[in-house]
Design a protein around this ligand. Structure first.
Ligand SMILES: Cc1ncc(COP(=O)(O)O)c(C=O)c1O
Length: 382
């Protein structure tokens, strides 16, 4: 049908993931809260998935709360941990995902003060500004680890250390990072960590929040006390099995290749693209997600082109890419992330994102650079 270069929107489920889900659905379909043998089998399967995920991330299984995805994980992190506190200040980077921004806006309506950490032209947060904002009444800081639109990685260790020293809670949205670098949560100064299965070739509809079971927390969804009382609702055993299979697969890949094996292919493609006229990289050239390319695209005469028109033109060439976040579909306005990085609105609308995954071969990538050249000319002429 075409070549899929939109991994950051979602990734095609791996075969082992589909197999693990089919097995779990067949063998452990019952309600894990039921006290009979069918229920116990389902509960055991769910806990095995939780343990596998905990092993991959270096955390306690009891710290993992399964939920519906990255949006719910991030929102329950922010709203769940602040609910037991009296209103104070929440600090966000200026380049957060809309899921985090929406939770912060809700807190603002409840009397919390919201402060935004500025970023530089590469989208990296200003650690000096963070230091100034860690004074009371700041109670929570939330910084995205790997930015979905521009690929920039934040120095979350340095941020977390500063938060710990100031006694402030720290959440990171790690949706785009998990599966692309080894993670040891035991060694990271992070209190709340959210991620989702479908970006790492797992199923859609499941994500997780990692937070110590000791941390006072008010669930977003109350109900039957599932997930250690942190998230009501009958657990999705088969999705959790697929999630665990996906994370195990990426863990094996990262260990075998000492990093994400897609990175050299990404580097090569990026080099070819940057050699073309009218192409500029956004985000950090070095501190970036290993599978991510984000560009501003102009005509050969230097006029910014519409990212949306370029996506359509590239699809006519057989390549599936994105003009920003898939989540912001329907929004025609310039990306707040690029604006926060100091990109002028007209140029911000020329953004293109190319994100790679292990389903690709070198053969798939051959021809992309030439196709982008033709798309540039077609959109400029329209
Ligand atoms: C950085 C980031 N956070 C959160 C989300 C939301 O995750 P989900 O689609 O699983 O709700 C996304 C999805 O694109 C994302 O890129």
């Amino acid at each position: 049908m075409g070549v899929y270069l939109d991994a950051c929107a979602t990734a095609p489920p791996a075969t082992t993931v589909l197999e693990a889900m089919a097995r779990a659905q067949d063998e452990a379909w019952a309600n894990p809260s039921s006290l009979h043998g069918f229920g116990l089998a389902a509960a055991e399967r769910l806990e095995r998935s939780r343990m596998a995920i905990a092993r991959e991330l270096g955390c306690e299984p009891s710290a993992i709360t399964f939920c519906s995805g990255g949006t719910e994980a991030a929102q329950s992190a922010i709203l769940g941990v602040t609910a037991p506190l009296k209103p104070g200040r929440l600090v966000l980077s200026a380049v957060e995902h809309p899921a985090v921004v929406a939770a912060a806006r809700r807190l603002q309506r409840q009397g919390w003060e919201l402060a935004l950490l500025p970023v530089d032209r590469q989208g990296r947060v200003d650690l000096g500004a963070l230091e100034l904002l860690l004074e009371p009444p700041t109670r929570l800081v939330s910084v995205i680890w790997g930015q979905s639109e521009v690929g920039t990685l934040q120095p979350i260790e340095a941020i977390g250390r500063r938060c710990r020293a100031a006694g402030v809670l720290f959440h990171t949205d790690a949706v785009q990072v998990v599966g692309h670098r080894p993670i040891d949560l035991a060694a990271l100064p992070v209190d709340l960590f959210s991620f989702t299965a479908h970006k790492l070739q797992g199923p859609r509809g499941i994500g997780a929040l990692v937070a110590s079971s000791e941390l006072p927390f008010t669930p977003l969804l109350d109900g039957g006390g599932q997930e250690g009382g942190r998230r009501g609702g009958t657990e999705a055993v088969a999705l959790a099995a697929g999630f665990a299979a996906a994370l195990t697969l990426t863990g094996q890949r990262l260990a075998a290749h000492r990093g994400d094996p897609i990175q050299p292919h990404r580097d090569q493609l990026l080099e070819q693209l940057l050699a073309r006229p009218g192409i500029e990289l956004t985000g950090s050239p070095t501190e970036r997600l290993p599978h991510h390319i984000s560009l501003l695209v102009s005509s050969e005469r230097g006029e910014p082109l519409s990212g949306r028109r370029l996506v359509e033109a590239l699809w006519r060439e057989g390549f599936a890419v994105s003009s920003g976040t898939a989540c912001s579909r329907g929004q025609a306005s310039a990306s707040p992330v690029l604006l926060a990085m100091g990109v002028e609105p007209q140029r911000a609308a020329s953004a293109l994102r190319i994100s790679l995954g292990p389903w690709l071969t070198d053969q798939d990538l051959i021809g992309f650079t030439a196709a982008l050249g033709r798309a540039q000319r077609a959109v400029a002429a329209a």
